[in-house]
Design a protein around this ligand. Structure first.
Ligand SMILES: O=C(O)CCC(=O)C(=O)O
Ligand SMILES: [Fe+2]
Length: 346
């Protein structure tokens, strides 16, 4: 389920009477829970539901079972500080039902919890891959080391440097072994169901990304010729939503050309399938097969995410550890239209 199909009325005034109210300055982002909202509006009649009106977390739609209750609530609560809702002044108007197509466009994508729900071959997510104590140690270790600042986020590279201008690595410039503070992760990676035992030993490149609150990552496929089949990403500190897009016409040439860290989405007008998953802290994501080679991954630039109709405020930075194996020969995957090694234009 996404957002309800009710939006903000156009123009001034309270709008056309309706059982549904659009209430601004109210919601989880300003410290008011849906239960509190339901309880206050419930004083005027039966409330059928309270929903996020948009992704702000500060605007809701309250649906009553009839117009009489909605009118009573609007007249009593609009423009006055409400002591039961933290003394906030609510802006209340009648809500209008949006046409289906508009509702669909504005709807947030359903966000799944388990990788199997996305039905993308080769996508896996293990929750609680590390403990709270281990997470703290990993964060301490990277915070003790120098970060490189990109435009919007900071990074550290181990093993080989990842170059954002070429979206590749220089396989001839080995920076050294992966640091000892990640040894236990590499060992645990061999517990991933169905992987060859030697996988952990072969991973030789680590990128640590630190995303401030609200910062995401442009849609991309990790360059086929740069890395082998398996890409592991461990999430720490804060959660994020990761979206996967399968562009119907493929083509590695369409990749994000925004350079080091820009937000340019050069794929906007192309048709694509979209699926989304929540990556909680301490979870390990694995991209392999089709998920690695044919689906773009993307972290939307949001301060608020909606997961299972709940508004989740991103309140902490997210730090990710991405483990890969640098490729030394050309890629021979089964997805040539996404592959820089196999494209005629490469
Ligand atoms: O932050 C992540 O989990 C993903 C990072 C990523 O996709 C990349 O570095 O290519
Ligand atoms: Fe990536």
């Amino acid at each position: 389920m996404g957002l309800p199909r009710f939006g903000r009325p156009k123009g001034g005034g309270g709008g056309q009477p309706s059982p549904n109210l659009y209430v601004a300055n109210c919601g989880p982002a300003v410290g008011i829970s849906y239960d509190e909202i339901r309880s206050v509006f419930g004083g005027f009649g039966q409330v059928k539901g309270v929903y996020a009106a948009d992704e702000s977390g500060a605007r809701v739609v309250v649906c009553f079972d009839g117009e009489v209750s909605a009118r009573a609530a609007l007249e009593a609560l609009n423009g006055r500080p409400c002591s039961d809702l933290g003394g906030r002044s609510l802006h209340v108007r009648y809500s209008v039902e949006r046409p289906v197509c508009q509702a669909k466009m504005n709807d947030s994508l359903p966000v799944h919890t388990y990788a199997s729900e996305l039905k993308i071959p080769g996508l896996y997510l293990l929750h609680d891959f590390i403990s709270l104590g281990e997470e703290k140690e990993l964060l301490g270790a990277v915070d003790d080391r120098p970060w490189n600042s990109l435009v919007k986020r900071r990074v550290q590279h181990y093993g080989y440097e990842f170059r954002y201008d070429t979206r590749n690595v220089d396989a001839n410039r080995h920076l050294g072994e992966l640091p000892s503070f990640v040894s236990f992760i590499l060992e645990r990676i061999s517990s991933f169901p169905g992987l060859p035992c030697a996988t952990n030993a072969s991973l030789d490149q680590l990128t640590v990304n630190e995303y401030p609150v609200g910062v995401g990552l442009s849609p991309h496929i990790d360059t086929h010729s740069a890395f082998e089949d398996l890409i592991f990403s461990l999430s720490l500190a804060g959660p994020c939503i990761m979206e996967f897009r399968r562009y119907l016409e493929g083509g590695w040439l369409h990749k994000d050309v925004s350079g080091s860290d820009g937000n340019v989405d050069s794929l906007e007008n192309t048709k694509f399938l979209r699926k989304a998953i929540c990556l909680p802290p301490r979870s390990m994501l694995l991209l392999s097969a089709e998920a690695r080679y044919a689906w773009h991954h993307y972290i939307p630039h949001h301060k608020i995410d909606i997961v299972m109709d709940k508004v989740i405020k991103r309140s902490s930075r997210r730090v990710s550890f991405t483990f890969r194996k640098v490729r030394t020969g050309p890629c021979r995957c089964e997805f040539p239209s996404y592959c820089d090694s196999q494209s005629k234009h490469a």
